[in-house]
Design a protein around this ligand. Structure first.
Ligand code: PLP
Length: 232
């Protein structure tokens, strides 16, 4: 099987899983957006995915993302940044990302806004929410109590658009109750920011639970591209 055939088959299987999850949740088919997470995989795979109709890709490391976005600039893809952000890299990320999904502290907002303004573009932002117990060293994200402050800072900036929330299911806990908490946090955010409708949740192992609890976007890596090389 060629790489293109392999990716086509994997992508079809993931699209079927999403549709089945939408149906099981009583949601209309085709509403959930797929972001294919291409981290650690080459630009040649991104090119194949674009050929197969993928329009949004996710990356979690700035240097790799920046290089791949430049190499694939002709494809017109939306680049979603989904990794932890160092303050001194935020402005550079805003120059190529159409959506920064991992805004988890107020401190990042000024630099992202500056980068977006310098690049003359609007950048969508999601507040990354921690679904771990408060204070736990988990997978990043703002504690639920800090979401409003991050969201307000994004909303008050000039070149950033607050689109919603993102989260990763916590380690050592079933994903469903965590995604249910995320849905409540999203509902609370939308009381102050009605346009912040995006809920990015769900990965290869748990997308069905995420769709059940209202995810509008799923971020799928290994189910489409295969296992990531372990050298990273
Ligand atoms: C790597 C990654 C994904 C994709 O994970 P898979 O389990 O490979 O689908 C999704 N979201 C984030 C934040 C990631 O870092």
């Amino acid at each position: 099987m060629s790489r293109a055939e392999e990716l086509a088959a994997n992508l079809a299987a993931v699209r079927t899983r999403i549709t089945d999850a939408e149906t099981a949740a009583g949601r209309p088919a085709g509403g959930v957006q797929l972001v294919v997470v291409t981290k650690y995989f080459p630009a040649s795979d991104v090119r194949i995915l674009a050929d197969l109709g993928v329009t949004a890709v996710g990356e979690n490391r700035h240097q790799e993302a920046q290089a791949k976005a430049a190499e694939c600039a002709d494809l017109g893809l939306d680049w979603h940044f989904i990794g932890s952000i160092q303050s001194n890299k935020a402005a550079a990320i805003a120059a190529y990302a159409s959506t920064v999904e991992s805004v988890d502290r107020v401190k990042l907002v000024g630099a992202l806004d500056r980068g977006a303004q310098q690049a003359g573009r609007e950048v969508g932002c999601l507040v990354q929410v921690s679904l771990d117990p408060p204070g736990a060293s988990g997978r990043g994200g703002a504690d639920a109590s800090a979401v409003a402050a991050v969201a307000d800072a994004i909303a008050a900036s000039s070149a950033l658009r607050l689109r919603g929330v993102m989260a990763v299911a916590p380690l050592g806990e079933p994903p469903a109750p965590a995604f249910e908490r995320l849905a409540a946090i999203s509902a609370e955010l939308r009381r102050d920011h009605p346009g912040a409708t995006v809920v990015s949740a769900g990965m290869s192992g748990d997308l069905e639970h995420a769709v059940k609890y209202g995810a509008t976007h799923v971020r799928i890596g290994s189910s489409v591209l295969g296992s990531r090389p372990s050298i990273h």
